[in-house]
Design a protein around this ligand. Structure first.
Ligand code: TXA
Ligand code: MG
Length: 305
């Protein structure tokens, strides 16, 4: 089963859910202005209603019609959109991004995706589309069409097959509220890339976390053990770098962080299907894209913070 972007836009207009391919992960999409449709997302994912959603729009002009941008927000938008970055700004249009989509906050998270499939759906729909990752709450995000269908395909009226997600990790979420820029969720756009545009980031601290980031997350069924030197009895080892573990189960045999990000969630899911006693993961560098990969792994392992 796979529908066209036009059919997906039709489903959004009818208040139904869709599977939306993006460059980061597959999203579970709904019309951001339709509270009944948005409620179906929380229901399908089993997501707590205090966790707000990202509104996806076609371009920066559409973004500025729903959020209030200052100079720093504009500079970031210019540098990284379309692409794997989400900006949290004061909300401007509470009709097209309903209260439930924002979990009642006076801010809104906005992203202009770069994936051709997402862009076609957004162009055909012509309005903001909320789309959390298409996994059921707490589980690894789907990065292939088959995984997205398996997670929440039951809840959608249209599923757009956009192939494998090339980035494989969710977008970087950046708050640009009150003149300060802070990192709420590390992602494909790195800290260094952001600081090259807006200077040093504010230290967000506990109060500045995304509301959705406080619980065990991205977790397969098998327990995950990180920074593992080797597999223990019955564990499956996901290696990284030359000569570490079985190459078939390596995040990147050559030690490339982009490749590791693209493989991470898919391999966690595939490892889970072999029903191991546990999934052990080799240490990965913490710089650059490694910050986001290590963040997801810590949460998958239940090491929060
Ligand atoms: O790459 C992505 O961002 C994917 C694709 C589908 O676009 N979407 C995604 O959505 O990862 P989700 O719902 O899984 O993660 C959204 C994150 C959550 O941590 C949420 O708490 C945060 O963004 N967020 C949304 N609105 C916010 C707001 N107004 N203030 C602070 N954090 C917000
Ligand atoms: Mg998610």
């Amino acid at each position: 089963m796979s529908e066209t972007p036009d059919q997906a836009a039709e489903a959004l207009r009818r208040g139904e859910l869709i599977l939306l391919p993006t460059e980061t992960v597959y999203g579970l999409g709904a019309d951001a202005g339709n509270p009944e449709a948005v409620a179906k997302i929380f229901e399908a994912k089993g997501r707590p209603r205090f966790n707000p959603l990202i509104s996806h729009v076609a371009d920066a002009v559409a973004a500025e019609s729903i959020g209030a941008f200052d100079d720093k927000a504009r500079a970031l938008a210019e540098a990284f959109w379309p692409g794997p970055m989400t900006l949290v700004t004061p909300v401007k249009d509470v009709r097209r991004v309903c209260d439930l989509a924002r979990a009642g906050l006076d801010s809104v998270a906005i992203r202009v995706p770069g994936h051709a499939g997402a862009r076609s759906v957004l162009a055909a729909f012509d309005g903001p589309v909320v789309a959390p990752s298409a996994n059921r709450s707490g589980r690894p995000s789907p990065t292939t069409f088959a995984d997205a269908v398996e997670e929440t395909g039951f809840a959608v009226a249209a599923a757009v097959d956009g192939g494998d997600c090339p980035v494989g990790l969710e977008s970087t979420v950046i708050s640009v509220l009150g003149g300060a820029v802070s990192l709420l969720r590390p992602g494909a756009v790195t800290r260094a890339e952001i600081e090259a545009v807006v200077g040093p980031l504010a230290d967000g601290g506990e109060g500045h976390r995304s509301p959705g980031r406080l619980t065990l997350h991205y977790a397969p069924d098998a327990p995950v053990r990180i920074e593992a030197v080797e597999a223990r009895d019955g564990e499956l080892l996901l290696g990284f770098g030359p000569g570490v573990g079985d190459p078939r189960w390596s995040l990147s045999p050559s030690g490339d962080l982009r490749e590791a990000a693209a493989n991470l969630f898919r391999l966690l899911r595939e490892a889970d299907r072999t029903r191991p006693v546990g999934i052990a993961v080799s240490p990965l560098p913490t710089e650059g894209l490694g910050e986001a990969i290590n963040d997801r792994l810590r949460r998958a392992a239940g090491h929060i913070g």
